[in-house]
Design a protein. Structure first.
Length: 296
């Protein structure tokens, strides 16, 4: 299949640029949020397991999501560019970056959506245990593997008077927490209506995962594939064009979950009274660095 270049209309790219600039905005917001304040939700959640603070882990999840989306921002809305520069959009990179951002931010949203401090802490510890398991599987020496097994056992011993390993449970998997996070965001009315449906979110996640893994089906379903000359009986050469709507949908999901996660993090850290000023400062900082279009 050959890639066909087609100029993109401004109205197609505007929602892509909006997500890009939003990622820069929330990065500034997150940088302005300091340690959890006394009496904040995170102070109560952290108290359940102070050895690995939930607030630190949630911040890191959100920072990871922002890093992925800022790479997209530098591609679609660079802060500096040459007038003859050409930006070419293919479907896999945006699907992959969005998927990574969605999975990272969804972990923070899932933890903070626990409802009570004890449930938030349980979800947090569940993620810590899974992280240790993944780290152990990646370890190269038996000494390191044994060290990580001991670290896991120490965590469980610290909690044994409050909760058992069985009650902590296992990490429910990315597909499940992404659907839960999307449902949480949708309930706040901050995501496209069609993204509120679990089956739609699952399809978006599976398509983005398949794109990252080089699967065949996303290349057919997320692009317009047009047959050309017949090269052998029943076999045709084709050209392909990424479907702009598919790009917009995955970006909207990523941008919505990330933005909600950062604002929720500010709330859980006790910064709601300062949030208006934080957002205003972030907006001013962003406005100062965005290049202006000559035709705007």
């Amino acid at each position: 299949m050959a890639m066909k270049k087609v100029p993109l209309a401004r109205e197609i790219m505007e929602p892509w640029v909006a997500v890009a600039q939003s990622s820069r905005l929330v990065n500034d917001v997150l940088s302005q949020i300091g340690e959890p304040l006394p009496g904040s939700n995170f102070e109560w959640v952290n108290a359940h397991y102070p050895f690995e603070r939930s607030s630190d882990w949630c911040r890191e999840f959100l920072a990871a999501a922002i890093e992925h989306m800022q790479l997209w921002a530098d591609h679609v809305a660079p802060l500096r560019f040459h007038e003859e520069a050409e930006v070419i959009h293919t479907f896999r990179p945006v699907q992959t970056l969005s998927r990574a951002a969605i999975e990272a931010a969804s972990q923070a949203v899932w933890v903070m959506d626990g409802g009570t401090a004890s449930e938030c802490a349980r979800r947090h510890v569940c993620l810590v245990l899974d992280d240790l398991d993944q780290q152990r599987k990646a370890a190269q020496s038996e000494e390191r593997k044994n060290h990580l097994k001991a670290a896991r056992q120490l965590l469980l011993e610290r909690l044994q008077s409050d909760i058992s390993e069985k009650d902590i449970g296992q990490f429910p998997g990315y597909m499940n927490i992404v659907k839960e996070a999307a449902a949480t965001v949708a309930a706040k009315g901050t995501v496209d209506a069609d993204l509120a449906h679990p089956e739609v979110v699952e399809r978006l996640w599976r398509a983005s995962a398949g794109s990252a893994h080089g699967k065949r089906w996303p290349s057919l379903e997320l692009q317009f594939v047009n047959p050309e000359e017949e090269i052998s009986p029943g076999q045709f050469a084709t050209d392909r064009i990424p479907d702009p709507a598919a790009i917009t949908h995955i970006l909207n999901l990523a941008g919505s979950i990330l933005s909600y996660g950062v604002l929720r993090f500010a709330d859980y850290s006790g910064y709601t009274p300062q949030l208006g000023n934080i957002l205003a400062t972030a907006g001013e900082n962003l406005g100062a660095i965005i290049p202006r279009r000559a035709d705007a």
